[in-house]
Design a binder for this molecule. Structure first.
Ligand SMILES: [Zn+2]
Ligand SMILES: [Zn+2]
Length: 115
């Protein structure tokens, strides 16, 4: 029988081969026994996803690969956090939209050339 761990955050049971809880994505920091709190999702260049976790006790930041069993809704909620509450003034969004509009114009330019 596979050894099971109990998540100290949400109480879910999960097998010991997981380095973090598949339900709430929290983990345990080996070095200081602190709770690792998921703070961000990192989509790497090869399209694999990593979770970025920060230890509540010592503040160290670690990354862990997303497992197949990980709760996709929880991953999405972490990934969308900065969009819901951006770490910069909301007025900056206009500048970003302008930049995207600029790309659109370049696409239109190539489209015209093909005619
Ligand atoms: Zn959990
Ligand atoms: Zn720690």
């Amino acid at each position: 029988m596979a050894e099971e761990l109990k998540c100290r955050i949400c109480g879910a049971n999960f097998s010991k081969e997981h380095t973090h809880c598949p339900n709430c994505l929290s983990g345990r920091h080996e070095e200081c026994d602190g709770t690792l709190e998921p703070i961000a999702v990192w989509v790497k260049q090869d399209d694999t996803w990593d979770i970025i976790l920060r230890c509540r006790l010592c503040g160290e930041i670690v990354t862990e690969a997303v497992c197949q069993d990980d709760n996709p809704i929880k991953i999405m909620s972490i990934a969308s956090k900065p969009i819901a509450s951006p770490p910069f003034p909301i007025e900056k969004l206009n500048e970003m939209t302008d930049l995207m509009g600029g790309n659109g114009t370049i696409d239109g330019y190539y489209y015209d050339k093909r005619k």
